[in-house]
Design a protein around this ligand. Sequence first.
Ligand SMILES: Nc1ncnc2c1ncn2[C@@H]1O[C@H](COP(=O)(O)OP(=O)(O)O)[C@@H](O)[C@H]1O
Ligand SMILES: [Mg+2]
Length: 374
Amino acid sequence: MEKMLIVGVNTRPLAHSAYQLGYEIYSTSYFCTMDFDRWHHKKCILKQKSYNSCGKFEESFDPSLLMKLSSSYIDEVDHIISYTGTVPEKFPPSKIIGNKKVENVENKYKLYHKLKNKFKFPDTYHLSEIAEAQEIAAQFPEKKFIKKPVQGSGGYGIEKFKNMNLESYPESEFILQEFVSGENVSTSVLSTGTQSQAILSSKQLYAEENPALPEFIYGGNITPYPGEDSVFKKVAQEVVDELKLTGSNGVDMVIANDDIYIIEVNPRLHGTFECAEAVLGINMMEAHIRACEGELLSVSSPEKYAIKKILFAKKRSLVGNLKYNGVFDLPLENTIIEPGQPLVTLICSSENLYNCLEKINRATSHVEGKLKEF
Ligand SMILES: Nc1ncnc2c1ncn2[C@@H]1O[C@H](COP(=O)(O)OP(=O)(O)O)[C@@H](O)[C@H]1O
Ligand SMILES: [Mg+2]
């Protein structure tokens, strides 16, 4: 049996699909969800204990801890999948399945610089002082701007840029970008490096309004995109071709009227993974591996809808038994989840989008009924 190591913030969905392909699974992750089955070798950063707090991801997560946990597995495994939370450059390239070098894609300014002459981007500036950002914002009073980390994920660290006093921002490098108002979409593209295919688009969702969460936190998606997506599918494919990426990749865009703005490229398996599997009826890990081996899996058009919704705690909560149809990434029962921290992931699929939304609402109510303010 070939051995596969999956490294990332939350590896549960990828591990599940890889296990189904017959790999012996090794995993290192931040979260340690209860529905991550026992037959895996797994190490997690987060230690959950009854009546103890699970703490705050943004404060406790450190990519170097993931590397520490992974070190004893690296020699033992045959293959490595690098997921959100780490980068493939940290591992032996011969073991990586997927893009081996991603720095020029993950760095949002380098990506902008590389693609700006061929694709439309919001105006983007790489800065290190807030005073510079204020000067730029003052030159374009008709535009809105956001400030974001040069490299990031999940929407963490992104905020609207306002003319606040200079002391309120630490001075370190950041991106100032024109805020484009429109529809947030993400397209999944499979590529062999010489041939590519955009297989699916989805509508990106922000986390539900929550006083403990900043504004742009990723909250899930609706798949497939409920509308005409052929134009931005084509653009996403061209972006992946231009960057010579392989395997499964995600291109995030904002569609504003007829303009398609590139926001980010995720050069790996990404957030629509579970929904893509549900609506296309394929194993996305298999599609990724085959593409890396030079073969595009044949994918037919989706015949149903899937919704993924990440639920975040609104109050400090003691969680009961959250097991329920469509509820994933379960925390240990009787642990405490801090406000703004992820509770569970809900995933539902149906031929009818309305039914899908109903299922999500039912699962949301079930989970909320099992939380006690603590
Ligand atoms: N310039 C922008 N204009 C409008 N929305 C944006 C812009 N930049 C980011 N966003 C929104 O925030 C989300 C996260 O931004 P992104 O740059 O992809 O950061 P992350 O790497 O944290 O996912 C995007 O999917 C999009 O919805
Ligand atoms: Mg993004």
